[in-house]
Design a protein around this ligand. Sequence first.
Ligand code: FRU
Length: 477
Amino acid sequence: MDRLNAEHRRILDRANASVAAGAERAASDPSRPIYHLTSPAYWINDPNGPVHHDGEYHLFFQHNPFASEWGNMCWGHVVSEDLVRWEHLPIALAPNPGSYDKDGAFSGCCVIHDGVPTILYTGVFPECQCIATSDDRLRSWTKHPANPVIPTPPRGDLEGFRDPFCWRDGESWYMALGSGIRGSGGCVLLYRSTDLREWVYLGPLLQGTTGVMECPNFFPLGDRWLLCVSPFAQVIYVTGDFSDHRFQPETEWLPMDLGRREDFYAPNSMLDSQGRRILWGWAQVGPPGACWRGALTLPRVLSLRDDRRLGIEPLPELARLRGRHERWEGVLLARDEPVVLPPELSETVEIRAEFELQGAREVGLVLGGSSGGRGQRTVAYDHEAGRLSVAERSGSFGLLPGEDHLQLRIFLDRSIVEIYANGRVALTAGLDHPGVEEGSPLREGDRRVTLFSRGGAARASTVDVWEMTSIWEAGSA
Ligand code: FRU
């Protein structure tokens, strides 16, 4: 083993020991999610390099193994057989002092080239693109002697040169890189290679008016291509046509999630074994002072619907996490007369509610709050305004002509909530931001759910509540 990689192993040992030492404190924190991905301890940000290989799903994430704040960027690592239950593995990559990644191993992807699992990531600073390979089923990683494989940006007027996202087409690998043109706006750079080592710059894939476009994801969906970027603001996507290395957007930019940048950022995606496009984002949740911070959103299945809209749904197999169940049917909601349901299950639940709007202007659910408002959260659909909201976040969403039902799926996991509406909109919210009270609204002794209808009557045809169980395989919390 060369000197750099021998040193890398020693650095990883120290990082893993630090995380192990913090794990008990992190696990005992009552606001820590149990069915969202977190690290055993300390900070995480972007999901990185999801990949399916040899019967296993691997997912990595930006990780500080030493503190609950951003820094010392490493690649944390989890593995799963079904995308539902996960196990933590040792940290995959750490920065090597004095080398091309001395200031961090930033975001990237993982691909299988000629049978060899290969991570592509950004070394900093200055930003450059690097690779690492594994010969033991992705358990350990060797930084390549040819690093950095792309040492400098292709032109002098760029700000930001990071977060490789790669895909294969025939004999070629393509790479989309996040960047921006100084004084002009965000852009995504396109490269090509046959061996992941020698890269040729093909030009900008797209230029925009946003800030630097971090963490580009670019992939076919149905008969279109979708480009998703994180421009230091809400994550946005556009769909269009890709041919001759040119991307022609055909839609406006739309939000990938209606939450704020802090709630959903830097998503990353992969194809699963059934050819579904699965996406995870980073939610900056966790109370100040805790021994953990940050979670990944639930795996979401993206599709292009027949009406050309984006379909966004939680992975159906998440139903395996369901435990005890309660159900109500045909709940009539007279105007401005809320109905209290008494689910006593848990603070980690999935709630699925189907509403027929009848004359209602607004319908929704209040989570918790029997003690007079502390920690109470309202999930509301305002039909008149065309908005979906929770916990001071809201975004555009309206029933389409012909859609006579509103279906809300609410995944509440202590300090994070994700809401999916009619299979085509997602809204994520952290529940512990400064100024907002911490933790799950469904605390013990305060677990009621209140259905309401304003401005007219409505009917909740079904309301299901499931207790949700942990994603962690025994011994890996
Ligand atoms: C996005 C991001 C990426 C970068 C990483 C560093 O959140 O800024 O552009 O690679 O985080 O942790």
